[in-house]
Design a protein around this ligand. Structure first.
Ligand SMILES: [Fe+2]
Length: 301
């Protein structure tokens, strides 16, 4: 994407592009930026869209406040990023098979929402999601942020020898057993999963490289996450566990992170390929309701 860089300001590990049509305020030095001057109720002009996409590629999370949009406007904006998809496990929203919701009612325990640890979404698919476009309908007054970690930075700081080892590894991800595992839990500990879907068993398991590259820039990032992880290809589960535990610790380093504080009508787009994320359930007795679309990504390379 050819947007000029602002000389000298390095953020998210690269020189920051210069933006003329939109306001861009980085959230931290690692990832994320708040965008201003854009109204998502209307189609974006070509030059504004170009800068929004440049901000997305650079910061991996772009955040917009006060976007009181309809489901149709949400879906229309999402299509700038690619083709929308349904997911086999995530509950749908609003009667659309290609919208999902993350909902925890005020009386519900934290266990109702999946993955409160760092993860990427749906890595078991052959083409895991490129990004999500998520909007808050209800958010706790305080707490309930989502944290993100930049996995380019996590990879780039590894030693050369370790990078070399990781470059040869592939990971088996599978979503086949999540329903049967969930059914075995006590009722009050069960996740809210989608009850039926039309995906085949084959579509619920894939093998992906442990280090993936951006298809345009070639920049590399770690693509290992504990959710849906089965093993490294050619390794057994016990051998895999030690290395997985080490890699799963990396997104916890503060220097790779930003946090998004939700308010009603906050909308974010986050890159699911090169970030890991987790919801922070540090609140009680309040409703948190986020709705989203999911955009299909490329097969990881
Ligand atoms: Fe997630």
């Amino acid at each position: 994407m050819s947007v000029e860089t602002k000389r000298g300001i390095v953020v998210a590990g690269r020189e920051m592009p210069e933006f003329r049509r939109i306001g861009v305020e980085p959230l931290t030095g690692a990832c994320g930026a708040e965008i201003t001057g854009v109204d998502l109720r209307s189609p974006l002009s070509e030059d504004v869209l170009h800068e929004v996409m440049a901000a997305f590629e650079h910061f991996l999370i772009i955040l917009f406040r006060d976007q009181d949009i309809s489901n149709e406007q949400h879906r229309a904006f999402s299509r700038y990023f690619g083709e929308l998809t349904e997911l086999p496990q995530a509950p749908t929203y609003g009667g659309y098979t290609d919208m999902q919701e993350v909902r925890r009612e005020a009386h519900e325990p934290v266990t109702v929402v999946p993955f409160t640890k760092f993860h990427t979404d749906s890595p078991f698919l052959e083409r895991p999601p490129l990004c999500m476009v998520m909007r808050a309908l209800d958010a706790p007054k305080y707490g309930g942020d989502t944290a993100f970690a930049n996995m380019y930075l996590a990879y780039e700081e590894l030693s050369d020898g370790f990078k070399e080892t990781l470059s040869r590894l592939r990971v088996v991800y599978s979503g086949r057993d999540i329903w049967s595992k969930n059914a075995k839990l006590d009722k009050d500990k069960q996740l809210r999963l989608r009850e039926s879907h039309s995906f085949t068993e084959e579509q619920l398991e894939s093998v992906h490289p442990a280090v993936r590259s951006h298809p345009r820039t070639g920049r590399k990032a770690l693509f290992v996450t504990p959710s849906y992880f089965k093993r490294f290809e050619g390794w057994n589960e016990e051998d895999s566990r030690g290395l997985l535990d080490h890699l799963a610790h990396l997104p916890h380093k503060l220097q790779y992170q930003c946090r998004v504080r939700w308010k009603p009508n906050t909308l974010i787009v986050w890159d699911n390929r090169f970030l890991q994320h987790c919801g922070i359930h540090d609140y009680k007795d309040e409703r948190r309701h986020l709705v989203r679309t999911t955009i299909i990504g490329e097969r990881p390379i």
